[in-house]
Ligand binder design. Structure first.
Ligand code: SF4
Length: 396
């Protein structure tokens, strides 16, 4: 889901040259931070020399899911990186800082993006069709995807962004005032603002709103289990089925994402999967077939999958947009493997923007891009033949 640039303002407007300089520094820091400790976790000794000035801990929110090690060192347990952070250092995501042996998050109550969107834009196609969702995001990310469509938000440090002080209760109030049906945590990776997300989700559920998280899936098992208690739906980016792609294009790992997908499905929380198809990088049809087969075998053929069109952005501006034929070929493979709800995204007007009943073949949710045209799902069933359709519906 791409954030509108109008909703995100950078405190310090960087020139392209300045940005590239900052990016290089971040890359060097990340490269140094990528040394692994004896237990296999990422150590961030390089962060002992902070990239950014240490903030005053007064008023900062203490992070969740970390442990204290000896000598005022901490280990974050929020995502697959398990950053080991020395006193005065920052986590890989640059949102968390060790001050005096306590770990703090900078972004609690300080989102950098607040926006009302159609729920379909997440994407979430089996959740309150035609509804509106109050979206929130912050600075930074725990991945470094070269193709990021929201890089102006996700690849920035908190200090480089404008932020809008908003408590969880105020967020919910704004969502209700905007007559939204749900709140979502999106644009950048919500795992890096977990503490804020958790409290907003809890308050939103108490106020009768639905909740959705759009994630890269790198979150650890324990924080995810706690979060799912307050989440109605999760959209996960499965960026590729290749560990090499994850390592080289996203500076991340595939395996934790696969584990996350299975954990979400097992929890009963509604799950949708997005695969951004990028020319030459992850458009190999054998790999797409393996991915679809894995989803059917290890999760379910009922999970909606969205093959989204890539447009040149961030560090991959030399690649062309994904040909529509490539997306259609991927969708045909997903059909053949048995996935029942297969969509093509970022292609306004394509017939696969709509939902077809897998039993009778009729269009049950007609869409043009993110806009709802007609809805024939009644009490969670096809309005024509009565076949059950997974999702979160208005009348159930
Ligand atoms: S959430 Fe941030 S600090 Fe924590 S392990 Fe992940 S990248 Fe490291």
């Amino acid at each position: 889901m791409k954030a509108l640039s109008s909703s995100v303002a950078m405190r310090k407007r960087l020139t392209r040259r300045e940005f590239l300089g900052e990016g290089l520094l971040a890359s060097l820091t990340a490269a140094l931070a990528a040394c692994t400790a004896s237990d296999g976790s990422f150590t961030s000794e390089a962060h002992a020399t902070p990239t950014f000035e240490l903030p005053d801990p007064k008023g900062l929110h203490e992070a969740r899911h970390y442990r204290q090690l000896t000598g005022n060192t901490v280990q974050c347990q929020m995502c697959f990186r398990s950053c080991v952070v020395l006193e005065g250092g920052w986590g890989f995501c640059r949102n968390k800082v060790n001050i005096g042996g306590r770990y703090f998050t900078l972004v609690y109550g300080r989102p950098s993006a607040l926006q009302v969107d159609p729920i379909e834009k997440e994407p979430a196609f089996h959740m309150l069709p035609g509804g509106t969702i109050f979206c929130t995001g912050t600075a930074s990310c725990n991945f470094r995807c070269k193709f990021c469509q929201n890089w102006h938000l996700s690849q920035r440090h908190f200090n480089e962004m404008d932020h809008y002080p908003t408590t969880p209760d105020e967020t919910v109030k704004m969502a209700l005032e905007a007559a939204c049906d749900a709140v979502s945590f999106t644009y950048n990776e919500p795992t890096v603002f977990y503490e804020h997300m958790f409290d907003v989700a809890k308050a939103a559920k108490a106020a009768g709103l639905r909740t959705l998280c759009h994630t890269n899936g790198g979150i650890s098992e324990e924080p995810l289990a706690a979060l799912l208690e307050h989440m109605d739906a999760v959209t996960v980016d499965l960026k590729s089925f290749s560990p090499k792609f994850y390592r080289e294009i996203s500076s991340a790992e595939l395996e934790p994402v696969l584990r996350t997908l299975q954990q979400i499905y097992r929890s009963g929380v509604h799950l949708e999967i997005v695969n951004l198809v990028i020319p030459t990088l992850n458009d190999n049809m054998n790999e797409i077939q393996q991915m679809c087969r894995w989803i059917c075998d290890k999760i379910s053929n009922q999970v909606p999958i969205h093959f989204n069109r890539f447009f040149p952005d961030y560090k991959l501006t030399s690649l062309p947009p994904t040909p529509v034929e490539t997306l259609e070929a991927a969708a045909a493979i997903a059909d053949k493997e048995g996935l029942e709800y297969v969509y093509i995204g970022n292609c306004p007007g394509h017939e696969r923007n709509s939902t077809f009943c897998p039993a009778c073949g009729k269009v049950i949710i007609k869409r043009a891009h993110f806009h709802l045209i007609s809805l024939d799902v009644e009490k969670g069933r096809c309005g024509f033949c009565g076949h059950p359709i997974p999702g979160i519906w208005w009348d159930v």
